[in-house]
Design a protein around this ligand. Structure first.
Ligand code: ZN
Length: 242
């Protein structure tokens, strides 16, 4: 079985559609979505619709829950807050219900899906270092955990002795006795300096993971953000991948 791992689409329909086209070429069997379908971009309703057509395996991101008042936005930066308030007014009540019922985690052993951290998903913390990843490895028994949230791909691996390290490769085979936390990056707002949409492919049969980067119509996504009257920074950052 071949699975696609998508995260942080953030109402960017152009990036999402480009990734969906690639999924068709890749002939994936199923899609897992790791949260943040909305926030920042100009197409929340159409992105929710496309996600619902694509998969039933979706979890919540902080922006999804913030759009329906299920999590605080006090810690959101001003542009994120403006965008989430704008988003809340653009989606239908059915779509609000859809966002509100998204769970924080889903388990498909040996795979766990969570947006932020497996040890405390509702705190929306970032896993950026081996030290931070150690809390997650030490407090859970997940073998392969796929995450998003930081918009930067990164992989942490714990070996048999419990040593945690960063795996720099973007294509690798997962070892049986090791445990993994894999951030698949962001479809709709990459922040690792590469503006191309990011997503992961996991081949369960031979335990192989590949991170893919897909070019998309960035200018069109930017125009829509500008036309919607959203903060200009949300448009400019897409071209920078920041
Ligand atoms: Zn996000």
């Amino acid at each position: 079985m071949k699975y696609a791992l998508l995260s942080d689409i953030h109402s960017n329909l152009e990036a999402f559609q480009a990734v969906v086209q690639d999924l068709e070429k890749e002939k994936v069997d199923d899609v897992f979505f790791l949260g943040d379908i909305v926030g920042y971009g100009a197409d929340p309703g159409r992105c929710i619709q496309l996600l619902q057509e694509l998969t039933t395996h979706s979890i919540a991101g902080n922006h999804d829950w913030a759009a329906v008042g299920l999590t605080e936005t006090d810690y959101f930066n001003p542009v994120a807050k403006t965008a989430i308030e704008w988003t809340a007014g653009k989606i239908t009540s059915r779509q609000q219900t859809f966002l509100a019922q998204l769970p924080l985690t889903k388990n498909y052993p040996p795979v766990t899906l969570v947006h932020a951290t497996p040890h405390h998903p509702e705190a929306w913390d970032y896993l950026l270092s081996c030290k931070e990843a150690s809390h997650s490895f030490n407090t859970g028994d997940h073998q392969i955990c796929f995450i998003g949230h930081s918009h930067s791909p990164i992989t942490f691996v714990e070996d048999k002795e419990g040593t945690i390290s960063l795996l720099p490769d973007t294509t690798f085979t997962l070892k049986d006795a090791h445990r993994y936390i894999i951030n698949v990056g962001s479809v709709g707002q990459p922040r690792d300096g590469n503006p191309h949409a990011a997503y992961g492919i996991y081949h369960a049969d031979d335990a192989r993971f590949t991170l893919k980067r897909i070019p998309y119509a960035i200018e069109r996504a930017q125009e829509k953000i500008t036309e919607a009257g959203l903060p200009p920074f949300l448009a400019s950052r897409l071209a920078e991948g920041q």
